[in-house]
Structures are given as structure tokens and as C-alpha cells.
Design a protein around this ligand. Structure first.
Ligand code: GTP
Ligand code: MG
Length: 478
């Protein structure tokens, strides 16, 4: 037992490989046995490919026998690292696991000298998983090492909450190692452990650029998680990037969009409450004046060129266009609804009134509606129709986090001007019409793809409760 971690029982290494001490005549007469000479011995054996000798000397020294053990020396963390890495490099994962097991016991006895070495543990887990695929190793071996890593994450968190401090570089090594382990579990199809790895990552005190990894490491993880349809995991990695102040790049969003939106189908165009499709878990709506860029934004978010019909002529979208996202996967499916532009002057008054009425009912009574993006042309700010829409939103009794203002076409704007004027005007319009002044405002451009991350953040919070519940249900079924 190692602080609650059960080591897999196996024949002791000595039972398997005890042999005559092969370590005499290693040092010349003047040299005393030391950590350096032991390390040199291990390196020499590794270079010569004498892998079993490495195991023997480690075991002897740990047992207090042999040239180094009898003088009271015990292998330190560096010697363990060199031994285990050498064994992994020669493809002897079985021996590497044996020595790692010794290391775990040693860690129990000498916790100050031997702490968890995350990159080393990750290498062992990856090798075991790779070999267990070839049926050479038992998956059990990777579990014990993984348990040790998870335990250390908890220690890091506790240390941090007690005011202790762990260097950022150390944390970044841990994050990198856990991500690589998570990827290995993903490749192995072990979703439960992927989720455990994500939780372990979540326990690490990551809150500075010191903990940052190269962006491609995160992107890879997002791609793999997306392929396995683990959207909550994708968002965990995005959160991690944010905490480490790593800027997502185009590839990040491409993988994110591919993960979140694997398939999109137009379902129906609704014209009244009773023609709405049966609700799914989650529905997200895009509202705003004609020509403001709703359809373009739907396309940008989904990383599709021509999903929703974009037109230079206002009033093109004439109904509540329902797009079913991920229709084949009940766990992650949701509706995106592209609404007709409000206030299109060429539509006769009675028709406009009927639309307004439909919209009011929809915003108030559609229970599966989790999020409303209200698009406003950034060049003009909130116009009369937008203020009417704000009033409808405040009357609908929806929570603050269900309503987001999106200022569009920002590529056509001078940024400074926007910040000083449009933002303030929008906030004033919000509070004038009964909405909270601190309602989220996102600046976007479908042309430059500005605001993709913010849009996805809001989508995440709308979708997360559904996927989190489903993933919890999934793991409890196992
Ligand atoms: P309706 O369906 O009529 O309500 O319009 P809509 O809100 O869906 O707007 P749509 O996406 O069809 O875009 C209207 C026009 O604005 C098109 O010519 C788009 O190419 C253009 N447009 C949309 N978004 C942007 C943007 O971010 N920047 C620029 N420069 N043009 C945009
Ligand atoms: Mg449209």
C-alpha cells in the first residue's frame, strides 16, 4: 500500500531475478560507493544493453545489499529516473514497471527524497498501454501508476489551498504528463480513465502563464477528445488554456467546432408556436434585425461555409429555421435556431405583429431555450427594434446568463470608437429596457472570425449542464 494506493501484486523482483551480486569490481580501489558511482554504473549498463543488471543493482541497493546497499546508500530519484527511462527505451516495459514498483515503495519510505515524477509516470503508463494492446502487459500496471499521479494532484491542490506554492514549471510538467496520459487512455478507449485524468488536471493549481504548454499540445488533446465525442473534456482543455493564458489559434477552433458540431441538418422552418419541433435538451436562438449577420454567425460557429443561407438582401430568413446539431447522437444534440430579422419594414404591419407575438411567446414559453444571442450591428448600435427585443427579453423572465448581446460586423469598425461609444450605448439601452447593464456583450466578425472563443464560451455554458449530466449518467451505468 502506498498511501491508499494498492500496488498490483506480482512475484517480487528478487524471486524472479536474484543472482549473484554483479556489482563487485565495478569501482576502482580509490573510489567509494556513492550516488554518482551508482548512477554511472546504471548508465554504463544501459549503454551496454545489460537491462537485467540494472534491475538487479536497483533491487540490491534498495534491499541494503550489494556494493552500494551495504554502505547504506539507497537509490535517489535521479537514479530511478535513469533506470526506468533506460528500461523503457530498450522496450522492456515489464522491467521498467518492476523498477517503478520499487520506486513507489521507496517513495513511501523516503517521501522527501522521492516524489512523484509526472513525466516519468506518464511514460510508464503510455508504455504499458501501448504494450497491453499487444497483450504483453496487464492494464493493471498502468492503473497503479495512474493512482499515484492522481493522488499527487490532490496533494498539489491541498498544498496550494494551504498557502503552499508549487513552481509553475513543475505544474506545467504535470499538466503535460496528464494530457499525454489522457491521450493514451483515449487511444485505449478507456473513457472512465480519460474522465479521471481530466478531473486530475482540474485539481492542479493552474493559474499562470508559468503552467503553459505549447498550444499544439492542447489542440491535440481537443482533437482526440472531439473524435471520442467528449465535449465536456474539450471545454476542460479550453478552461485550462484560459487559466494558463494560452491564446487559442485557428486550429483550436477548428477542432472545437469539429468536436461540438459533427453534423448539422436543417429540420424545419416554424411559423407559429404549434409548428415548432418537439423540444430537445437544449436550444440556442439567434435573434436580431434583418441583415445583421445572424446566418453568417451560425455558419462561423459551426465552421461551415453555407449552412445557414446568407443574403445581401434583408428579410431573407422568413421563418424560425431549426438546425439540428449532432442529430445522430442523443448525448450531444441540440438545436440552433436562426430567427427571421425583426423590424423588416417591407413586411405588412399585421404580419409584423403576428411575428412579434410569436417571438414573445417563444421567448417566454419555450422551455428548452437555454440561450438567446441578440445580434446588433456594431456600426449602428441598438436601434428601436433592438430596444423592443430587449424589453421582450426582460419580460420573458429569463436569467442573465441566458441572454447575450452580440455586436456584429466589427471588421468594419474602428475598435477604439466601439469601446468608447457603442459599448456604452448598448449598456445604457439594456438598462433602459429592463435588462441588466452587465449583460454579456461579445464583439464578433464573421469575416475575421473575431469572437469565436467568446461565442463558444457562452454555448459551452448552455450545453455543459446537459453533457455533464449525461456523462455522469454514463459513468454510473458502468
Ligand atoms: P436575415 O436572414 O435577412 O435576417 O439576415 P441575417 O441577419 O441572417 O444576415 P446574413 O448573415 O444573411 O448577412 C447579411 C449580409 O451581411 C451579408 O451580405 C453578409 O455577407 C454580411 N455580413 C454578415 N456578417 C458580416 C461580418 O461580420 N462582417 C461583414 N463585413 N459583413 C458581414
Ligand atoms: Mg438569415
Amino acid at each position: 500500500m502506498l498511501n491508499g494506493v494498492h500496488l498490483p501484486s506480482s512475484k517480487s523482483v528478487s524471486e524472479q531475478r536474484a543472482g549473484p551480486a554483479a556489482t563487485s569490481a565495478v569501482l576502482d580501489n580509490t573510489e567509494k560507493p556513492s550516488q554518482q558511482s551508482l548512477l554511472a554504473y546504471v548508465k554504463k549498463k544501459a549503454d551496454g544493453g545489460a537491462v537485467r543488471k540494472i534491475v538487479t543493482v536497483m533491487e540490491e541497493t534498495e534491499a541494503g545489499t550489494g556494493l552500494w546497499g551495504t554502505v547504506g546508500l539507497r537509490p535517489d530519484a535521479g537514479i530511478y529516473r535513469t533506470s526506468i527511462r533506460s528500461l523503457l527505451n530498450t522496450g522492456r516495459t515489464d522491467l521498467a514497471v518492476d523498477v517503478y514498483r520499487m520506486r513507489m515503495t521507496a517513495r513511501e519510505q523516503r517521501p522527501n527524497a522521492i516524489t512523484v515524477d509526472f513525466p516519468l509516470a506518464a511514460s510508464v503508463i503510455r508504455a504499458v498501454l501501448r504494450d497491453s494492446k499487444k497483450r504483453k502487459m496487464r492494464a493493471l500496471d498502468s492503473q497503479a501508476v495512474f493512482e499515484e499521479m492522481k493522488m499527487d494532484c490532490e496533494i498539489s491542490r491541498d498544498m496550494n489551498s494551504c498557502g503552499g506554492h508549487e513552481g509553475g514549471k513543475n505544474i506545467s510538467k504535470k499538466v503535460g504528463a496528464l494530457i499525454s496520459v489522457m491521450n493514451a487512455f483515449l487511444a485505449d478507449g478507456d473513457i472512465r480513465r480519460v474522465e479521471e485524468a481530466l478531473r486530475a488536471i482540474g485539481q492542479l493549481p493552474v493559474h499562470s502563464t508559468d503552467a503553459a504548454l505549447p498550444v499544439k499540445e492542447y489542440n491535440n488533446a481537443i482533437r482526440f477528445l472531439g473524435k471520442s465525442r467528449l465535449l465536456t473534456g474539450v471545454f476542460t482543455i479550453l478552461d485550462l488554456m484560459r487559466a494558463s493564458e494560452v491564446e487559442p489559434n485557428n486550429e483550436t477552433f477548428e477542432f472545437l467546432a469539429n468536436a461540438a458540431v459533427r453534423q448539422v441538418d436543417f429540420v424545419t422552418g416554424a411559423v407559429s408556436m404549434d409548428t415548432l419541433p418537439d423540444p430537445l435538451g437544449t436550444e440556442v436562438a439567434f435573434v436580431g434585425r434583418s441583415n445583421v449577420g445572424k446566418s453568417s454567425l451560425v455558419n462561423m460557429i459551426c465552421n461551415r461555409k453555407a449552412l445557414a443561407y446568407v443574403s445581401g438582401r434583408p428579410g431573407k430568413t422568413q421563418q424560425f429555421n431549426y438546425f439540428l446539431v449532432n442529430g445522430k447522437d442523443t448525448d450531444s444534440q441540440f438545436y440552433m435556431v436562426d430567427l427571421p430579422g425583426v423590424g423588416y419594414a417591407k413586411v405588412p404591419r399585421p404580419v409584423q405583429d403576428a411575428w412579434t407575438n410569436f417571438m414573445r411567446q417563444y421567448l417566454k414559453h419555450r422551455t428548452s431555450l437555454r440561450l438567446v444571442f441578440h445580434l446588433i450591428d456594431g456600426r449602428h448600435g441598438a436601434l428601436v427594434d433592438d430596444e423592443a427585443l430587449m424589453r421582450q427579453m426582460s419580460a420573458s423572465g429569463r436569467h442573465n446568463n441566458e441572454y447575450v448581446i452580440v455586436l456584429t460586423k466589427m471588421d468594419k469598425m474602428d475598435k477604439q470608437k466601439v469601446k468608447q461609444s457603442i459599448l456604452d450605448k448598448t449598456k445604457a439601452a439594456l438598462s433602459r429596457n429592463g435588462c441588466r447593464r452587465d449583460t454579456s456583450i461579445v464583439l464578433t466578425s464573421s469575416t475575421t472570425r473575431l469572437g469565436r472563443d467568446e461565442m463558444w464560451r457562452h454555448l459551452q455554458s448552455a450545453l455543459a449542464p446537459v453533457s455533464a449530466t449525461l456523462s455522469a449518467a454514463r459513468s454510473s451505468q458502468k
